[in-house]
Design a binder for this molecule. Structure first.
Ligand code: NDP
Length: 287
């Protein structure tokens, strides 16, 4: 239930994966920017709690429990938004999960799960929201990653899902080139959220710990501020770190160099599933 506070229509933004991390920060940021916000994720109590707090800013906030892997849930998300607010200006496809294992060790179900959330979740929400965003001359945002610009070892499924998302959104932008559809692909750098703790291992279990120094990372709030700026300025791409820019640019001209640099960097992660840190039992032997 939501009480609509005033009749002057605010612009309306839907954020998937709004129960934590970057999505939650985006919901707050857009609300501070005057948008009514719709929070979607599976954790119903988390999004309701965030929506209640956001409402104190004087905008309307609606929580719609949604599993983005279910097309019906995504359709319902859009329909509920329209019933309450009658318009959609921005859709931020942010819901995402990660994984960490070599393909050779990986249960293929893990790849399906990652693609279902990161890619298909984006497709379903975008498909149902598109006519309304076109009417509003609004924005569709994809929360990608630098692994949508160049592959990452141990993250085949994650990189594939982000490449797929970027190809999908780029094609959509061109399809509607003459209709003022704004499509933004945002690539945060490493950001301190729970994504690495929840990342799936080879068997599909959350790895439970982060292999990286989380305290040195960007904050979700910094990402949200930049995304909000990029929406306002109708930017096509947003890459949030100099390393990200470096990878995106160098990989066009020196892809082999980037392969080796990424391999060396990622191999230094504790328990990396390849390279020097690889647990000894994973190293193939000739026996
Ligand atoms: P979090 O793990 O903090 O948040 C992930 C969000 O996705 C949660 O709100 C979760 O909600 C939601 N989610 C997961 N599965 C589903 C599902 N099936 N249906 C609906 N919602 C779902 O991670 P981040 O905030 O870091 O990640 C947000 C996005 O940013 C992701 O797309 C990620 O790939 C991208 N990104 C993150 C980076 C980082 O370093 N953190 C770097 C680059 C990109 P719930 O569990 O309640 O459903």
């Amino acid at each position: 239930m939501i009480f609509i506070m005033e009749m002057t229509p605010h612009r309306v933004a839907i954020i998937t994966g709004a129960s934590s991390g970057i999505g939650k920060a985006c919901a707050w940021q857009l609300a501070r920017g005057g948008y009514d916000v719709v929070l979607a994720a599976r954790n119903e109590s988390a999004i309701q709690n965030i929506a209640d707090k956001i409402s104190t800013l004087g905008v309307n906030a609606l929580a719609v429990p949604t599993d983005v892997t279910d097309p019906q849930d995504c359709r319902n998300l859009i329909e509920e938004t329209l019933q309450v607010f009658h318009r959609i200006d921005v859709l931020i496809n942010n819901a995402g999960i990660s994984m960490r294992a070599r393909l050779i060790d990986l249960d293929l179900e893990v790849l399906h799960r990652v693609m279902d959330v990161n890619f298909w979740g984006t497709v379903y929400c975008t498909k149902y929201a598109l006519p309304h965003i076109l009417s509003a001359h609004g924005s569709i945002v994809g929360m990608s990653s630098i692994s949508g610009k160049h592959g990452l070892p141990g993250r085949t499924g994650y990189a594939a899902s982000k490449f797929a998302m970027e190809g999908f959104l780029e094609s959509l932008r061109i399809e509607h080139l003459e209709e003022d559809l704004h499509v933004l692909v945002a690539c945060p750098g490493f950001t301190a959220t729970k994504i690495r703790f929840a990342a799936l291992d080879a068997q599909g279990k959350p790895q439970g710990e982060s292999p990286r120094e989380e305290h040195k990372m960007m904050t979700p709030e910094a990402v949200a501020k930049a995304v909000f700026w990029a929406i306002q300025h109708r930017r096509r791409d947003l890459i949030l770190t100099s390393e990200g820019y470096g990878v995106a640019w160098l990989s066009k001209f020196f892809p082999g160099f980037v392969d080796r640099a990424i391999y060396r960097t990622m191999a230094k992660e504790p328990d990396a599933p390849f390279g020097e840190s690889m647990p000894k039992e994973k190293i193939p032997t000739s026996d």
